[in-house]
Design a protein around this ligand. Structure first.
Ligand code: HEM
Length: 364
């Protein structure tokens, strides 16, 4: 007698409508408690273009910096007597240490460049105008913090380049008089300034960036993404859920991570020997070159004045530019002034690249 005729048919393995409804029930239950579906609000199609995704990519670079920074923080020693040696140990002895340090370094460069490109997009599309002036100012503050992060990161490796960067920091602190108290060694005489810059690098600066980024995102949500000035049929523009935009940023972010990974493997950042006091021989990282040309011309105060003028212009921009138009063709003055500032910064940068580093510090 065969059993096959008596055995009931085995139910199919594939998920049926029941399984799906179980999944649906689970997501409904989570949504009811956390409201996750609220992020599916519609965003216009132009938000998915590369130029409108630069802010999102800057945020991806920040995440990469935080993750790799946490790993580096396990092996870096901010004691001035041990700092340089601990960086060498990361590079030579820690498993994947050289590569992770490389990704951290290249992510910092990428974040700086992406933030500038993002800023230029905002400028070009007039997106800093009413009602987004406040968000522009938050952006300017984040940009200043990014520069602060690059500076403190340079000092941490505690080689000749880092040491000379710190010496500039100390002299600039003196120039600032009472305002520069935090930058001097006397502010907290029991704690080496390297330790304080380390605290700024790993907690104060990234912490402030994260808080400001949260406010930045809230305001973007509140004002909605600015219209694309080149788009004449704004009302008829198709919209997609924000989750599609996030997916696109994630894909671009993976591409960015891949590029950073290759750069880290092929061009790992160097670390020099322990510093020698009293000499000034290194060239600062390229993002500071425009300031150092000014220093070559007028002395150390050139760095201070250059930075003050640039940031004063950035802060004042939405209040000076009262032209309500957003298309670049209808903003000849803004386009002219923007181009002038950009070309000046590029020329000053190139000039530093072609001159030999000079002696500027009073203590040298
Ligand atoms: C940590 C650095 C920054 C991050 C992660 C960031 C992130 C973002 C994101 C994701 C957006 C949505 C639109 C887009 O991606 O283009 C945005 C919009 C905006 N950002 Fe930023 N941003 C940063 C720095 C800046 C800077 C330096 C400025 C200007 C000084 C700025 C000003 C603005 C303004 C005004 C908007 C609204 C623009 C619009 O609606 O088109 N942001 N930002």
């Amino acid at each position: 007698m065969s059993h096959t005729t008596d055995t009931p048919p085995v139910p199919a393995e594939a998920p049926g409508p029941d399984e799906r409804s179980r999944y649906r029930r689970a997501t409904d239950a989570v949504d009811e408690r956390l409201g996750i579906r609220a992020i599916q609000y519609p965003v216009p199609a132009h938000a998915n273009t590369i130029s409108y995704s630069l802010g999102g990519l800057t945020a991806v670079a920040l995440v990469i910096l935080i993750v790799t920074g946490i790993v580096l923080g396990q092996f870096y020693n901010p004691d001035p007597a041990a700092a340089n040696e601990s960086v060498r140990a990361i590079v030579n002895s820690v498993y994947l240490g050289r590569w992770i340090r490389g990704v951290h370094y290249w992510a910092a460069e990428a974040m700086y460049v992406l933030a500038i490109l993002h800023l230029l997009r905002i400028y070009f599309t007039g997106s800093y105008k009413r009602p987004r002036e406040g968000n522009w100012l938050i952006g300017v503050a984040m940009f200043a913090l990014i520069i602060g992060g690059l500076f403190t990161g340079t000092v941490l490796k505690w080689d000749q380049e880092g040491f000379e960067a710190l010496s500039h920091n100390l002299e600039l602190g003196k120039l600032l008089g009472g305002l520069g108290f935090w930058f001097g060694t006397g502010f907290s005489s029991g704690v080496p300034i390297l330790v304080r810059l380390y605290v700024a690098h790993v907690s104060i600066i990234p912490g402030l960036i994260v808080v400001l980024l949260f406010l930045h995102a809230l305001l973007i949500k509140r004002h909605k993404i600015s219209p694309n000035p080149a788009n004449r049929t704004e009302t008829g523009e198709p919209a997609e859920p924000f989750t599609h935009h996030l997916r696109r940023i994630a894909a671009l972010g993976l591409l960015l991570l891949g590029i950073l990974g290759v750069l880290a493997a092929v061009f790992p950042p160097g670390v020099g020997p322990t510093p020698v006091e009293g000499i000034e021989v290194t060239r600062p990282p390229w993002m500071y070159w425009w300031m150092f040309t000014l220093e070559n011309w007028v002395g150390l105060s050139g760095i201070l004045w250059g930075a003050v003028v640039l940031f004063a212009l950035l802060v004042a921009l939405p209040f000076i530019d009262r032209n309500p138009r957003r298309h670049w063709k209808q903003r000849p003055i803004a386009m002219g002034v923007g181009a002038l500032v950009l070309i000046t910064l590029i020329v000053l940068t190139v000039l530093e690249a072609v001159t030999t580093p000079g002696q500027h510090l009073t203590g040298m």
